[in-house]
Design a protein around this ligand. Structure first.
Ligand code: 5GP
Length: 182
């Protein structure tokens, strides 16, 4: 079965994602025009978002990556996070923008913020491609930029996986129930 035959419904098409990312890139480029921000993302979900957003930006930027593992089931976050790859760069005194693929309960982002804030950046903000506000537990996150609000559904594509698959879909959608059950 071809990859897109696993999809029940497309929520955001490739064109919609790319248009929204260009808008975000223009806003962020204007807001950080007098600085050289460090864009930080978490592997692997924000991979394409980082690649597309940064290429649409018009100011000099640096980028760095972290990798984490979360404990708990594949579809839910327990908030228990372990850093398995740290940043290469020092962030003290830098303007840091954390790129997130999706913010669900907010527990992962809250953990990352605590970790980064402790290193004394000049500023620290969040840019989230997808925001699932219906399930938010932590409501104090500095989400300065957001791509789309998503309903309370498990979504895949454009970096987001289900059991490590579907990341390479160029759109964001919902899996067929029989795929999730199998
Ligand atoms: P939070 O800690 O905010 O509850 O969860 C954030 C992480 O859970 C995301 O970075 C992502 O890895 C995963 N996640 C939450 N919702 C979804 C979803 O709808 N689809 C996928 N593929 N991952 C999700």
């Amino acid at each position: 079965m071809a990859l897109d035959e696993h999809i029940d419904r497309v929520l955001f098409t490739e064109a919609q994602i790319q248009t929204r990312i260009r808008e975000l890139a223009a806003t962020i480029s204007a807001d950080y025009a007098h600085t050289t921000p460090l864009l930080v993302s978490v592997l692997k979900g924000a991979l394409y978002f980082m690649a597309d957003l940064t290429r649409a930006m018009t100011i000099p930027i640096a980028m760095d990556f972290m990798a984490i593992t979360t404990y708990g089931s594949a579809q839910a976050s327990s908030g228990a996070v372990r850093l398995i790859k740290d940043l290469d760069e020092e962030i003290s005194g830098r303007h840091v923008l954390l790129l997130e693929d999706i913010i669900d309960t907010g527990l992962t982002a809250a953990y990352l913020l605590r970790t980064l804030r402790a290193r004394d950046p000049a500023s620290l903000r969040i840019c989230a491609l997808l925001d699932k506000t219906a399930r938010r537990i932590v409501d104090t996150l500095p989400i300065s930029y957001r791509g789309f609000e998503v309903p309370d559904m498990f979504v895949v594509g454009y970096g987001l996986d289900y059991k490590q698959l579907y990341r390479n879909l160029p759109f964001i959608g919902v899996l067929k129930p029989e795929v999730v059950a199998s």
